[in-house]
Design a protein around this ligand. Structure first.
Ligand code: SF4
Length: 544
């Protein structure tokens, strides 16, 4: 076995794949820090405390992590490339790294067995981990605690501004967990956009009402900076194409930042060129403009290449210097400081049973076109092709097109949630599950969203240019040109009206439903049934 010395020189140079060196830490390890693929935080406290001579870092590439739900090729490549760059950076810093690559002939491709094998080989006195990002891995940690004979020390993830126990304190005694209350608490706690008198800057907490402009005559979007794959990333792209050809999505447009340095450039690019216009057009959708004014920072944030504090600070500096308006800066900070931290808090607070919730009792299948983009519905086709090309969609495409469709068509929440977890480059379970099950599918009984975000074709027509050139008409509920969103929207309201009647935010639309004639409702039901059958969704009721 070769060994990397503290200066980063391989004593016996060898290659794992392409240009990536073989990184092995032989025995004599005191503290072994296991770094997961979404924990690439060079400033994490447990990493800073490591001793370069006696301790080591363990990193594992295992195909099982890309297969437990089918993971987009770009998502897989992003994680692996970022992991390899991170390992090389640690070696440059003088740390010992034990790295098991995907194409190591002895790799069992299972996180559990590779961790156990590494512990056997290295014989550390203690195993350290940062709090993982999913219950599945947390359960593995519990198994390791039972089975391994060494102490396992779990550290807080200091990337986040709030720890799960602090969220639980905030949530204790509340009947509902309301984002707006959480967000205001976080603003006050961290003194962000708060005046000396304790009130919000600009006199308002929320600029949502100003931030819902359709694009129409908006300014030309500034294309985001591209990061051409370097040798390490090119090797990974080759490896994923060769070893995991059955994974969904395309790799030829891969241009995500895979290092901290590149992620910082992406942050500067966003703040300079897109943040000023981000606010007003954050809900707009435009054909041929997959990124519009969005930050594209969520992959780097969720891999922990970027710290949320520095992202928030960069937006605040732009506002203080008059380079970005308050409505854009507040809207962006709300997503990072408010929504992102809130969602993580809900994930750990709700427990592992959250994943099985299905409050609206929907059991339909996810249509095949979610994996191919082959559908006549132009909005879905454009959003799905974009996901296949880039592993990316912005929040309104996710919530109001791909998500909304699954909700109103009656798809099982777990089917669409697994699709989101696999298909987006920024997806990690803590963020995907509450966003999908809670916000998109309203499957958690209203824990995350105060109402279902259901909408028909008219909403999509208002917020996008997708309906122009579509075979369907967004105003038609039934008939040969009926828009599937519009048909399913009214069918959704009709079949859930008893449940939704208790929600005051649904009263206006339910009144419209009650004004419909019985014959019209029967026609909608029949059209929805036929469309579901044509799309392979199957019945909503019963087994999944
Ligand atoms: Fe989508 Fe309906 Fe508009 Fe077609 S008409 S793009 S299916 S919302």
């Amino acid at each position: 076995m070769s060994r990397i010395d503290p200066a980063g020189r391989a004593r016996r140079p060898s290659r794992a794949s392409g240009g990536f060196p073989r990184l092995r830490a032989c025995g004599g390890v005191r503290h072994l820090l296991f770094v997961l693929g979404d924990q690439l935080n060079a400033r994490a406290a447990p990493l800073r405390r490591l001793d370069a001579t006696g301790d080591a870092v363990l990193m594992l590439e295992v195909a099982g992590e890309s297969r437990h739900v089918p993971s987009h090729k770009q998502r897989t490549a992003l994680f692996l490339s970022a992991m390899r760059h991170f390992a090389l950076e640690l070696v440059r810093r003088g740390l010992r790294v034990h790295y098991v690559p995907l194409d190591d002939p002895s790799n069992t491709q299972s996180l559990d067995s590779e961790l156990r094998r590494a512990v056997d080989e290295l014989g550390p006195e203690q195993l350290h981990l940062v709090h993982p990002g999913e219950w599945r891995v947390m359960r593995l940690v519990e198994h390791w605690r039972r089975d391994l004979t060494i102490p396992i020390i779990l550290h807080d993830d200091d990337h986040f501004l709030l720890q799960p126990a602090e969220f639980a304190d905030w949530a204790a005694g509340r009947r509902r967990l309301v984002l707006e209350h959480f967000y205001r608490m976080m603003r006050r706690r961290h003194g962000i956009l708060i005046r000396d008198d304790g009130e919000p800057e600009g006199g308002r907490w929320n600029y949502d009402a100003d931030n819902r402009r359709p694009y129409r005559d908006g300014p030309p979007p500034a294309s985001p900076i591209r990061f051409e794959p370097d040798a390490v990333t090119r090797d990974i792209i080759h490896l994923v194409s060769e070893r995991l050809p059955d994974l969904p999505g395309r790799l030829d447009q891969f241009s995500w930042p895979v290092t901290r340095r590149a992620a910082l450039r992406a942050l500067r690019d966003f703040v300079t060129h897109r943040l000023p216009t981000f606010g007003p057009y954050q809900d707009a959708m435009v054909a041929g403009q997959p990124f519009l004014f969005h930050s594209l920072l969520s992959p780097a944030l969720n891999l922990k290449l970027l710290d949320p504090r520095e992202v928030i600070d960069a937006a605040l500096v732009a506002w203080r210097h008059g380079r970005a308006p308050l409505q854009s800066v507040e809207g962006f900070i709300r997503q990072v400081l408010g929504w992102r931290e809130f969602i993580r808090g809900v994930y750990w607070h709700a427990g592992p049973e959250y994943a099985a919730m299905n409050g609206l009792q929907q059991h339909g299948r996810l249509p095949e076109f979610y994996w191919t983009g082959r559908t006549d519905a132009r909005c879905l086709k454009l959003c799905l092709e974009q996901v296949l090309d880039h592993g990316y969609g912005h929040h309104i495409q996710r919530l109001m097109v791909t998500g909304n469709f699954a909700l109103i068509a009656g798809v099982h929440p777990r089917h669409i949630s697994d699709w989101y977890l696999g298909m987006y480059v920024d997806a990690v379970d803590w963020v995907t599950l509450p966003n999908t099950l809670g916000m998109v599918m309203h499957a958690d009984g209203g824990l995350v969203g105060t109402k279902p975000y259901a909408a028909g074709g008219r909403y999509i027509d208002k917020m996008s240019d997708y309906c122009r050139g579509c075979l369907f008409d967004p105003t038609q509920r039934t008939g040969p040109r009926a828009c599937p969103f519009t048909t399913f929207y009214w069918d959704f309201l009709e079949r859930n009206q008893r449940r939704l009647a208790r929600n005051p935010r649904m009263s206006v639309v339910l009144q419209s439903l009650r004004r419909m004639r019985e014959a019209e409702i029967d026609a909608i039901r029949a059209a929805a049934r036929a469309t579901r059958a044509r799309m392979g969704i199957g019945p909503i009721e019963g087994g999944s």
